[in-house]
Design a protein around this ligand. Structure first.
Ligand code: FES
Length: 112
């Protein structure tokens, strides 16, 4: 539904190849920017207590700071052990210097 869209941050707060944790509706999300485009996943790793916003982003892969498991930020799919379960992904939009996030997770196929 349209009311699941929230203002997440200012565009300037999310630099190229950067990550940013944001709390919306009492949930913590991680925003990413790669090649200008924005992406969002849950901030918490599906393996444990790692915060993905504190991890290392390389292209579309985020490496968790806890045990170096990895996910593809476009789909949430795990791409390196010990992560073997996906993280949720969320639709984002950017307009007029603001990044918006839809707090309803996409389905597993990655569709908004
Ligand atoms: Fe993220 Fe273990 S908590 S890899």
């Amino acid at each position: 539904p349209p009311d699941d869209w929230r203002e997440a941050c200012l565009s300037n707060d999310l630099p190229e190849a950067g990550t940013l944790a944001v709390t919306l509706d009492e949930q913590v999300f991680c925003l990413y920017r790669v090649e200008g485009a924005t992406y969002a996943t849950a901030d918490r790793c599906s393996h444990g207590r790692g915060s993905l916003s504190e991890g290392i982003l390389e292209a579309h892969t985020i490496e968790c700071p806890f045990h170096q498991g990895c996910f593809d930020i476009r789909t949430g799919a795990p791409t390196a052990l010990p992560c073997n379960r996906p993280v949720k992904t969320y639709a984002t939009r950017e307009a007029d210097g603001v990044v918006w996030l839809n707090t309803s997770p996409r389905d597993v196929a990655g569709q908004p």
